[in-house]
Write a protein that binds this ligand. Sequence first.
Ligand code: NAP
Ligand code: GDD
Length: 329
Amino acid sequence: MSGKRALITGITGQDGAYLAQFLLGQGYEVHGLLRRSASADVIGARLKWLKIDGRIILHDGNLTDLSGLIRVMKDVQPQEVYNLAAQSFVKSSWQQPLLTGTVTGLGAVNILEAVRLANPEARFYQASSSEMFGLIQEPIQSEKTPFYPRSPYAAAKLYAHWMTVNYRESFDMHASNGILFNHESPLRGIEFVTRKITDGVARIKLGLQEKLSLGNLDAKRDWGHARDYVKAMWLMLQQEVPDDYVIATGRTASVREFCQFAFNHVGLNMEDHVVVDERFLRPAEVDILLGNAEKAKAKLGWAAETTLEELVAEMVEADLQRLTSQEHL
Ligand code: NAP
Ligand code: GDD
């Protein structure tokens, strides 16, 4: 054991699960914040998938409830706090702008306050996002690129981002923002485009479905693997000086290309199966994202390890396996 304790908000999500696995591997005692749900059967499905559910200490709490966060902070006294909890689905943020602002924006301030009041020496990580670049102001985005949020989600993340900087500068807290570009995995939520595609491809291959309905096929993203990206979160908190870092692969690809890779992987043609449905278009789109992670490489020694082709193959294979064994995730 490293003797270190970490607290992860959003531990039931994609990144929370991979980060928990990574920190356990580093010898940490891992604590997670769990929001109460009536659907107890789905809680912790990702932790179970990684076979680490029995090794995490879970605490009831919600990002919107400051007193509960202070209680957890006092009980756990973690050396490191990773704030990954959020209403993270961009499309939903137009339908639920106030909830998104409350959880994704103000929620980050609640946890910053809990750290400041109950455990000010803890190192803090905020899950910032490339979505904040929105209507891009430079063709390749780095820590110096101005932000231009294009969704209620991005605006909420921008508030949380600047509050993290503000707490660092005002209260001398060890608080860092990871500006992470899109990262995916077999544990990605089914509503996000990559997982929707790999699940759809697997269903079509197995004869369970014929068509896959998508929105904007021309949108481009810099897609990496979540397993690689959680290492960068940890590395940021191991630095003597807190700072903000872009985490990206430096390669962009369209939704159409992602589809082509996925269909090709199982020997099918996307043209035979993909239909465009305008219900999946957004009121405002982020057309393209492409990150420059040179600072992370130089200062953290971090670089993406998984190629897009490897990521797609792993996701399609996991979905084929899940569907044939009737697992649900
Ligand atoms: P995710 O799978 O959607 O997980 C979100 C987590 O937040 C879940 O554990 C969820 O709990 C929890 N949560 C939501 N509302 C909460 C509340 N009110 N109180 C406490 N917990 C709450 O997201 P992810 O892909 O792992 O991303 C992790 C973080 O990184 C998010 O903040 C996201 O916005 C940010 N980010 C993600 C990416 C990406 O490409 N994945 C890129 C940049 C930034 P339930 O399980 O109960 O729903
Ligand atoms: N979800 C979805 N569903 N997206 C679609 C679809 C579809 O059927 N068809 C096309 N797209 C396009 C979207 O319009 C968008 O341009 C792109 O695919 C990616 O959409 P998502 O996978 O939903 O991710 P995102 O880029 O909006 O947001 C993700 O990445 C951000 C980092 O840049 C989320 O993980 C955010 O939480 C994260 O901050």
